[in-house]
Design a protein around this ligand. Sequence first.
Ligand code: UD1
Length: 416
Amino acid sequence: MGNIIIDGGRQLEGEISVQGSKNSSLPILAACVLVDGVSVIHNCPSLTDVDAAIRILRHLGCKVKREGSTLTVDSRNIVNCSIPEELMREMRSSIVFLGSILGRMGKAELSSPGGCDIGLRPIDLHLDALKMLGAEINEKHGFISCRMKRTKGAAISLSFPSVGATENIILASALGVGRTVIHNAAREPEILDLASFLNKAGCRVIVGKQGTVVIEGRRRAFSSEHRVIPDRIVALTYMSAVGAAGGDVLLRNADVSSFLTVLPVFEEAGCNIVPSKNSLRISMNTRPKCVKNIRTMPYPGFPTDAQAPVMAMLSLGYGTSVMVETIFENRFKHVSELSRMGARIKIEGRVAIIEGVESLYGAKVKCTDLRGGGALVVAGLSAKGRTVISNLEHIDRGYENIEENLRKLGAEIERT
Ligand code: UD1
């Protein structure tokens, strides 16, 4: 797999384009299972998680073709309703195929995604909701077997606005005969993107502003074409890199409206930000300032996925920043790696106290999870000396061409 080597301390200058969203592409690829036709998905990033979704689709019987960032999924002949354990294990978010296989085939068999890199990640909310839609579920030794006749719809209140559970409910109820209403649903931009794809395919999914999603069951979904939204977390990672290393960068294909509430954090840190319709310019010419209080929250709050990269930037901040992680119980694993580079961060339960240091120093570090990997790249770009980052399989799950993009901005970064 190799290492990423960064000779840090260079300002970032120039422009790059932000990739399509991973967290939109995966549920949309799962939604293709519902379609009795051919779906053309543009702006789909080349990532190992997307490759894993393609392998699942092919296993189910879909024909999948990639041309550049366009995927064509022909799901007219789905033959399987089960996903083997090794495919389930490749990607935690494979669980979102449960709803779509069940919706199309009336039964689904898969192993629970299990494992843990940022917390327990249970799926109880997914399964309880599917039961309310009429699914019979058997769980034994980590295997889940579900059966469901075409749903007649239900009213489901989630105790937490889980992104994955909301997606599974939408997927399981899009084909059916009744109306499903989800209260306290997730309203991340990726949910809207999934709804937008399904509506183009002839389904009816209405995402309300106040956390209510209404799904009117339809008999069938048909061929359509869709463009995946830009990846807001990748945009925020590149912004953190500019905040930490300094410079002046134009991010093209950035949907600023999907992370408007995060901009004040960068402004408080001293970044100069000029947003426009499909791009954002960020510049920074001093050391960042601390940000007193950041609390990760469901959308539109500060995204948990941006916590690690932003923490890397704040580890250089004048003064002390505080970050509270409210979504996942074990999402500070990158802290010990940042500490190897000279960061001064104390963890107390779900709170990180970041006492900014004047410089970080290059070191040998390991990615602990996807966004933790993004944080190490941000830290390496700003650090004095050479940083060697290993365990790149995490980074490759979510960041497309990260070295190439950063090299375009003048960074000294390569993969060995
Ligand atoms: C999705 C994103 C992930 C992001 C997360 C939160 C994808 C592929 N992944 O993950 O990048 O970090 O949203 O924005 O889109 N929970 C339960 N029971 C459940 C489901 C969730 O207790 O059945 C808890 C989780 O343990 C966690 C919280 O709810 O503490 C949030 O999880 P959820 O919103 O479901 O995240 P994912 O969909 O897994």
